[in-house]
Design a protein around this ligand. Structure first.
Ligand SMILES: N[C@@H](CCC(=O)N[C@@H](CS)C(=O)NCC(=O)O)C(=O)O
Length: 375
């Protein structure tokens, strides 16, 4: 009998899109359940530790909370099928995973919450139906929606920054659309880890909520198709006619993809720098014991990263998770022979992303019992 995994996830959830697409593309049988399901609270949460989605329950009953951990579980077991072989491609793939997980929260939240005339009815349906049909259902729905609306501000979307957020997003969308004119996935004919990470903001929010989905359909058809493609088990790339079904040969990273990173670097680099400073100050002041959780619910008390982009100040929640994933980029780089390091460094210099190799927290992050912890 086929072994079925249970994925606790929701259609409108940003991080769910990443794990779901991975399971679909890898052909791993699963059923999706809402975190509003009775079993989540009683059977899953005690092992998952935090009520976040996605959380996976394996057929053997193992509980894995966190999208990156879910993907890592299968990657380790199956010989890393979604990691490209070459050093440049590996670093690019890992970097897109960080950017997708933590670097596009402002456009995702802005386009969801600041166009209520187009989005509200649609969003409310999803929030409402993630609650069980109990007497407090409406109240709980309002509470959850207000909490996420507020999160948009915590991530740096306020009235004064909205125009900048849109300008940066549109430049990125245009560059990504240009990249997909030649390639169905980031690195050629099949998805890498970075495709799954990038899908997180690009599916539930930017590719599905009415206002930004229309924007994508009208101005970035190729990106819209990639979002669809990432949710299908086959390659779904008929329009490319003669594309291969593997990563690009010769460790090639197309210049069109570096152009996308050049746009993203504009806020990703100063934000990463400022977040590291903020978290390092927190670490110096609080000296958390080894094993202390480095992840919490939103608005955890680490403080905000203050930085500016094109002369506009932005203040955004500093989250250790960005550095948990960034450490993977840095480990990949550190493990390379010197000649390959030079190749990677030159590539990242060319797109304004070289600093991702050096920006570090003063303490490392690990994972214990489904939580990211300070080491
Ligand atoms: N690092 C986690 C983050 C998961 C996460 O924050 N998920 C959101 C939904 S997109 C959530 O469950 N939020 C509920 C909460 O924070 O209470 C992952 O990548 O899976």
């Amino acid at each position: 009998m086929t072994k079925i995994h249970r994925l606790y996830a929701m259609t409108h959830s940003l991080y769910s899109g990443r794990a779901r697409a991975y399971l679909i593309k890898r052909g791993i049988p699963f059923e999706e359940l809402s975190s509003g399901h009775e079993s989540f609270k009683h059977e899953v949460l005690p092992k998952g530790k935090l009520p976040t989605i996605p959380t996976l329950v394996t057929p053997e009953g193992e509980v894995i909370r966190d999208g990156a951990a879910i993907i890592e579980h299968f990657e380790v077991a199956d010989g890393r099928p979604c990691q490209p072989p070459g050093p440049r491609q590996q670093v690019i793939s890992a970097l897109f995973d960080v950017i997708g997980s933590d670097g596009l929260l402002r456009p995702a939240m802005h386009y969801r919450w600041n166009y209520p005339q187009d989005n509200l009815h649609f969003i409310r349906y999803h929030f409402l139906h993630s609650q069980r049909d109990i007497p407090e259902r409406q109240e709980k729905t309002d509470y959850m929606m207000n909490r996420m609306r507020h999160a948009a501000q915590l991530f740096g979307v306020i009235e004064q920054s909205q125009t900048l957020v849109e300008t940066l997003y549109k430049a990125y969308l245009e560059a990504l659309n240009h990249h997909f004119e030649r390639y169905p996935y980031l690195l050629g004919g099949r998805p890498c880890i970075g495709d799954f990470g990038l899908l997180a903001p690009m599916y539930a929010h930017l590719g599905r909520d009415p206002h930004p989905a229309r924007l994508m359909q009208q101005y970035a058809v190729r990106v819209y198709r990639w979002v669809e493609r990432m949710n299908r088990p086959d390659q779904d790339a008929p329009e490319y006619i003669d594309t291969g079904s593997d990563f690009l040969t010769g460790d090639e990273v197309p210049s069109s993809l570096l152009a996308v990173l050049r746009v993203l670097a504009e806020d990703f680099i100063p934000e990463t720098q400022a977040a590291a400073e903020c978290i390092n100050t927190f670490l110096a002041e609080h000296r958390p014991e080894a094993g202390t959780a480095a992840v919490g619910r939103l608005a955890n008390p680490l403080g905000s990263a203050d930085f500016s982009v094109r002369g506009h100040p932005i203040s955004a929640l500093a989250q250790p998770y960005r550095f948990y994933l960034l450490a993977r980029v840095q480990t990949l780089y550190a493990d390379l022979p010197a000649s390959d390091q030079t190749l990677v460094k030159d590539m990242l210099h060319a797109c304004g992303m070289a600093d991702v190799l050096w920006i570090k927290l003063d303490r490392q992050l690990g994972r214990e019992g489904n939580l990211e912890v300070w080491q």
